[in-house]
Every structure is written in structure tokens, then in C-alpha cells.
Design a protein around this ligand. Structure first.
Ligand code: ADP
Length: 262
């Protein structure tokens, strides 16, 4: 087989083969490590709300149920933790489907303006509770058609706007704008909230990565919101971008394809 190869060439080929195997092994090792870490993270994230709910229910069973004042308080806390658990499991399923690559995209024409107003209507109460104002640069009646997976883009906007509200202080403003870039539509979610220090910017899209663990936990959230956003935006052949200044606010943006009727 090697009739025409020099010994040197043979050595080179064998070396390349062995080297290839070595990096395959390294890759598998890396993957296994990643899986173990993910499982550890998931278990930890699941345990937190389970332990809390368990604690409140057992306290009730141990007698707190007879205390009129505490009864409702503990039940509400147990319910809140169970709701959080439900959200976490839903997000985990979404992430695991996406990472396994089994997401089928259903592209259809969507009026992104209408979508934004619909989400504003849904979130009005939440924004009001946080004393945050929701704004957009378009009128309700305007029509801006993009070709996207409607449900998934809905989720991207919900996740980004929820974060923008959550990480704003009272009196904050969250502005969602759509800017025509010629080829595509640029969707921008801007807040004037707490901001993100530069050293954390490229890590916030990782699963369960939080800038301030205790603060994010207290505010609530699964820690998976932005990793879901990244997956969905990339499935639309786009990239999620973020610019942020601590104390001034954050701006997340991504581009979507225009819908052009034939
Ligand atoms: P979480 O459920 O913790 O909000 P996400 O994946 O949505 O999880 O976000 C990851 C982390 O990125 C958050 O814990 C927070 O530290 C930071 N973050 C996300 N959005 C914002 C924002 N608009 N302003 C400031 N920090 C943010």
C-alpha cells in the first residue's frame, strides 16, 4: 500500500492518525465532564425549590397549620417554590431538546410589532409591579413582517423583556425597538437597569450562569432563560448580542429575516 511513500511520509500518516484519535478521546472526555457538571448543576437547581417546599409543608404538618397567620404564608411559599420547580423543568426540557438538535423550526410570516404589543399586554401587570415602563418605537397599527418561528421568537422576547424588567430598579424604562437594517430587521431590548460587568458578558448565555447568584435567585428565574434565547436566535441564523454598562443598563439585540411575499 505504501509502495510509493517514503518512510517519512508513513510516519507522518501514522502520527496524524494517532493524533486524530487522541483529540477524539479528548473531545469525548470533555463531553463526559460537561455531562457530569450539567447533571450536578441540574440536581442542585432542582433541590433548592424541592427543599424549600418540603420545609414549608412539613412545618405546616408539625403544627403551623393551626396558626392562622402562618398557615396562608407558608402555603403560599410552598406554592411559589413548586411553581418555580415547574418552570425549571419546562426550561430544562426546552434546553435538552435544543441541545440534542431536535428542534424543528416552523417558519412563518409574523408581524413583529403586533407580537411586541401582545407581550406588553401580557407583561403590563408584572412591569407595573416593578414600577417599570414598557416602550417601543413603533405604533400598534404598524406592520413589520419577519419570517420566523412564531412561538420561539415569542419566547425570546418574553425571556429578554422579563430579564429587562427583573434587573431594572423602580422607575426603570424598558424599550423594545425594531430597526430596519436593509437586509434584516434588528430587534433591540434595552433597559436602564443594574447592568452587567464586562467580565461576565460572555458567560451569561451559559446554562445556570448568574452574575450575582443570591440576587438572581431572590428575584426568581431558572438561570436558563438566556441559554434558550441564544439557541433560538442561532436557529434563526442570527447572533444574540449584548452591550452593557454596570449601573446604566443593558442592551440585547438580534436580527431577523424580513418576510418578502412572492
Ligand atoms: P436568570 O433566570 O437568572 O435571570 P438568565 O439566563 O435569564 O437567568 O440570565 C443569566 C444571568 O444574566 C442573570 O442571572 C443575570 O445575572 C444576568 N442578566 C440577564 N439579563 C440581564 C439584564 N437585562 N440586566 C442585568 N443582568 C442580566
Amino acid at each position: 500500500r505504501y509502495g510509493h511513500s517514503s518512510l517519512n511520509q508513513i510516519h507522518q500518516e501514522i502520527y496524524a492518525y494517532a493524533h486524530g484519535k487522541q483529540s477524539e478521546i479528548e473531545e469525548l472526555k470533555q463531553l463526559a465532564k460537561f455531562r457530569r457538571q450539567f447533571l450536578a448543576d441540574v440536581s442542585h437547581e432542582l433541590k433548592t425549590p424541592i427543599f424549600a417546599a418540603q420545609g414549608f409543608v412539613h412545618t405546616l404538618l408539625d403544627g403551623a397549620i393551626d396558626d392562622k397567620n402562618n398557615r396562608m404564608k407558608f402555603l403560599k411559599k410552598a406554592a411559589k417554590n413548586l411553581d418555580g420547580l415547574d418552570m425549571l423543568v419546562q426550561d430544562l426540557l426546552t434546553v435538552s431538546h435544543m441541545e440534542a438538535g431536535d428542534i424543528t423550526m416552523q417558519l412563518e410570516p409574523v408581524d413583529i410589532c403586533e407580537e411586541i404589543y401582545e407581550i406588553f399586554d401580557q407583561m403590563e401587570e408584572n412591569a407595573h409591579k416593578h414600577k417599570v415602563t414598557l416602550k417601543t418605537n413603533h405604533e400598534r397599527s404598524e406592520e413589520i413582517k419577519v419570517l420566523v418561528d412564531s412561538q420561539r421568537i415569542h419566547q425570546v422576547l418574553v425571556n429578554l423583556i422579563t430579564n429587562a424588567i427583573k434587573y431594572s430598579d423602580e422607575g426603570g424604562v424598558v424599550e423594545v425597538s425594531v430597526v430596519d437594517t436593509g437586509k434584516r430587521q434588528n430587534v433591540i431590548v434595552k433597559d436602564r437597569g443594574i447592568g452587567i460587568p464586562t467580565e461576565h458578558l460572555n458567560r451569561i448565555f451559559e446554562r445556570f450562569y448568574r452574575v450575582d447568584k443570591s440576587r438572581s435567585r431572590a428575584i426568581g428565574g431558572t438561570g436558563l432563560g438566556l441559554s434558550i434565547v441564544k439557541h433560538i436566535v442561532e436557529a434563526h441564523d442570527s447572533e444574540i448580542k449584548v452591550v452593557s454598562t454596570p449601573g446604566e443598563g443593558s442592551t440585547f439585540s438580534f436580527e431577523l429575516n424580513k418576510y418578502k411575499p412572492q
